[in-house]
Design a protein around this ligand. Structure first.
Ligand code: KG4
Ligand code: ZN
Length: 342
């Protein structure tokens, strides 16, 4: 038995953040993120601009991640990258760079599923006294996905429920747009909600079968409600912004928790985690803590830096793939619609 540590450099470029991390076993040595401001004025991510910004950022971000971790290329045991899901052009930049780096340095290559990465971020050291035990349920909520994931093992996950239309992050972002807030609006709704009355306005919740979600109806009902109110008071949004944000946030969280609670009962599970960009939401984090206390769950709420897109989560997933001998070769390509089970 050798106690040699495994050192991996991981690249995440699935959407609009260029991120590179260096991990040693399950300890993160560096996690550098270059966010792209260029999309703000368009009210959403513009794919072509995203891939161009990745191309500009990738070399300096890799360099910075290596410098911060005090690791040189010759110390690496593997190079990892996000294969999907995500934007085709964005994924291609990280994938091509990782392939080139691995080839030039004769290193094994590991491809990672971005959604698995969000879930496995819980296993990065320095977050919990005890890490989650299998099986657990992870409510994975991001800008592109809303999934209830039954996590049976590090590399064995099953989606037991997902959105049939918009993702939870999209519900936050599209609502923020209706309120005149810039992209991405989720963090701003969170900020204004802290000053507001969450019970002031009521919005209808969808009736969807099984453990699935739907958020497009909520967006439409908010739009109609605002249009109605603005007929009588053109300053309605300005005057009620905090109460509107608090009420919308509560509605989204209620929708998410109705199905989460149902799933824990059905599967008899008391280990419950949240992951993905929306898990940075303060209302969602508080609610999980509250439900955990009342229902005697062990809850897992990731550090903020591991909620929104980051390469540390890709690195930890690659570490478990490495232990499992899951390597890929130079013929690998991106898969914008990659499913979590693959
Ligand atoms: O996981 P992520 O960084 O990227 C994707 O894989 O999509 O998630 C981004 C999403 C965006 O919709 C953003 O508005 C949302 O996460 N988000 C939040 C908060 N922070 C990020 N939503 C609500 N409250 C927050 N504090
Ligand atoms: Zn993500």
């Amino acid at each position: 038995m050798t106690d040699k540590k495994i050192t991996i450099l991981a690249i995440e470029s699935s959407c609009d953040d260029t991120s590179v991390a260096v991990i040693q076993n399950s300890t993160i040595l560096s996690n550098v993120i270059a966010s792209q401001k260029v999309h703000e004025i368009y009210g959403g991510v513009v794919p072509e601009l995203a891939s161009r910004a990745h191309q500009k950022n990738i070399v300096p971000v890799v360099q910075q991640a290596l410098n911060q971790s005090n690791v040189c290329l010759s110390d690496l045991d593997a190079v990892a990258f996000t294969k999907g899901p995500g934007l085709m052009g964005s994924l291609l930049v990280g994938t091509s760079f990782a392939k080139g780096l691995a080839l030039a340095n004769k290193l094994p290559l590991i491809c990672v599923n971005h959604m698995r990465g969000h879930v496995l971020a819980h296993f990065i050291d320095g977050q919990y006294e005890e890490k989650p035990k299998f099986p657990f349920i992870c409510l994975t909520v991001s800008g592109g996905h809303t999934q209830l994931v039954l996590v049976k093992n590090y590399l064995d996950m099953e989606v037991i429920g997902s959105t049939i239309d918009d993702a939870a992050g999209e519900a936050f972002d599209k609502t923020a747009k209706l309120f005149g807030l810039p992209y991405p609006g989720g963090p701003l709704i969170d900020k204004y909600a802290q000053e507001g009355d969450e019970n002031k306005f009521k919005f209808n919740k969808p009736q969807i079968a099984d453990f699935n979600y739907s958020f497009s109806g909520l967006k439409t009902s908010i739009l109609y409600f605002i249009q109605q109110q603005e007929k009588g008071n053109s300053d309605f949004i300005k005057e009620e912004l905090s109460n509107l944000c608090a009420s919308v946030q509560k509605t989204i969280i209620d929708i998410l928790f109705d199905k989460l609670i149902k799933a824990t009962k059905e599967y008899g599970i008391t280990q419950v985690a949240i992951a993905g960009g929306v898990s940075a939401n303060s209302g969602l984090r508080k609610r999980l803590q509250k439900e955990g206390k009342n229902r005697k769950w062990d809850v897992f709420i990731p550090k903020f830096e591991y909620c929104t897109d980051n390469a540390a989560m890709i690195a930890i997933t690659a570490y478990y793939s490495y232990l499992n001998g899951d390597f890929t070769d130079q013929s690998v390509t991106v898969d914008p619609r990659l499913k979590i089970g693959l």
